[in-house]
Design a binder for this molecule. Structure first.
Ligand code: AMP
Ligand code: MG
Length: 326
């Protein structure tokens, strides 16, 4: 996903005299294995810089808590120990795992953080995927019902050996929401925060909506749609983000929990709603579900819309967007 209006924003920022201290502030960083950015309007550039620092610090804090790449993260210790005993976790991690399990429930398991029980065998940088035998051995370990949460003791327990969890399908959206909350509490009225394919905006970009472009999944420089957004979130899950091809088959990072193989019904799924935690979980879910079941789910949820690109490149819209597509 790309913002389509970057140039005018930058021009506007340059035209403002530095002495005025008011203008757009833009900051990028590589965090959570992806590109993170914040853009905000500030009347006081020093204060704006301080807020951008706090946004990046919050992204790093959540990454340190929830990354499966960091052996000392809280999530990594859960994966190491929770099959043996209930593991006490912070209220924050407990709440997000709980939220992820709620999404498993409403998606009938299309969203499943235990996908990682087989998912850990993929290495998209090295171009490695599990063999059939490895999938046969690990797919039975994928089942969100194996994750037992005890709210009274704030513990996570895996009821089955071999279970692993990974919050990659929801944590970036959660981090975006946390950063937006921080900016709202600081009184910011116009801002965009993004982490990879997950974005949320505050305000209406001063006098016109923020415009967020949805990438053409098979043309890096093309857009299939531009979505005007005000006080809303959008997430895109796509098979072009992390992938390799072998014998004409594309292996990518969104896994069908039923098979342990990459989901191949769609090329991309974009979801629009109020909060990025929801759009993040739902974009991953709908990517797995495909057009029919995915749109059925989205049309059943209030204030939630979808733009899908199927595996033949055709666009599909949720009911609330049908009039807009003409
Ligand atoms: P996204 O780009 O938001 O769709 O997230 C993709 C990430 O979600 C992957 O890199 C995995 O960490 C994780 N993931 C993959 N498949 C699933 C699934 N079926 N349910 C939940 N999380 C998943
Ligand atoms: Mg997601």
């Amino acid at each position: 996903m790309r913002r389509s209006c970057r140039l005018p924003i930058l021009l506007l920022a340059c035209l403002l005299s530095p002495g005025a201290g008011a203008g757009w502030l833009h900051r990028d960083a590589a965090i959570m294995g992806t590109s993170v950015s914040v853009e905000l309007w500030t009347d006081d550039s020093a204060r704006g810089e301080g807020l951008a620092d706090r946004v990046m610090a919050e992204m790093r804090r959540i990454d340190t808590l929830m990354s499966t790449w960091k052996p000392d993260s809280e999530l990594s210790s859960v994966n190491r120990l929770a099959a043996q005993q209930p593991v006490p976790v912070s209220p924050e991690l407990f709440r997000l795992i709980h939220r992820a399990l709620e999404y498993s429930e409403i998606t009938h398991g299309a969203f499943d953080i235990t996908y990682a029980s087989a998912g850990y065998l993929y290495d998209f940088r090295q171009g490695r995927h599990p063999s059939r035998a490895q999938l046969a051995a690990t797919v039975p370990d994928i089942n969100w019902h194996f994750v037992e949460l005890d709210a009274a003791h704030s513990t996570v327990h895996f009821l089955h050996k071999g279970v692993r969890i990974d919050l990659g399908g929801i944590a970036k959206g959660y981090a975006v929401d946390r950063c937006i909350d921080l900016l709202l509490q600081a009184g910011v009225q116009d801002a965009l925060v993004s982490a990879g394919g997950d974005s949320r905006v505050i305000g209406n970009h001063r006098d016109h909506p923020w415009n967020v472009g949805i990438r053409d999944p098979r043309n890096h420089d093309g857009l299939v749609s531009v979505v005007p957004l005000e006080n809303a979130a959008i997430s895109t899950s796509g098979d072009y983000e992390r992938f390799f091809e072998e014998n004409g088959v594309r292996y990518h990072h969104i896994i069908d929990p039923g098979t342990g193989d990459s989901a191949r019904r769609l090329h991309s799924a974009s979801i629009i709603a109020g909060h990025a935690t929801d759009t993040d979980a739902l974009s991953t879910s709908v990517f797995v579900l495909g057009v029919e079941k995915g749109l059925q789910l989205i049309n059943s949820l209030p204030d939630t819309e979808a733009i899908l690109v199927d595996n033949e490149g055709r666009l599909h819209y949720s009911d609330g967007l049908e009039p807009a597509k003409q």
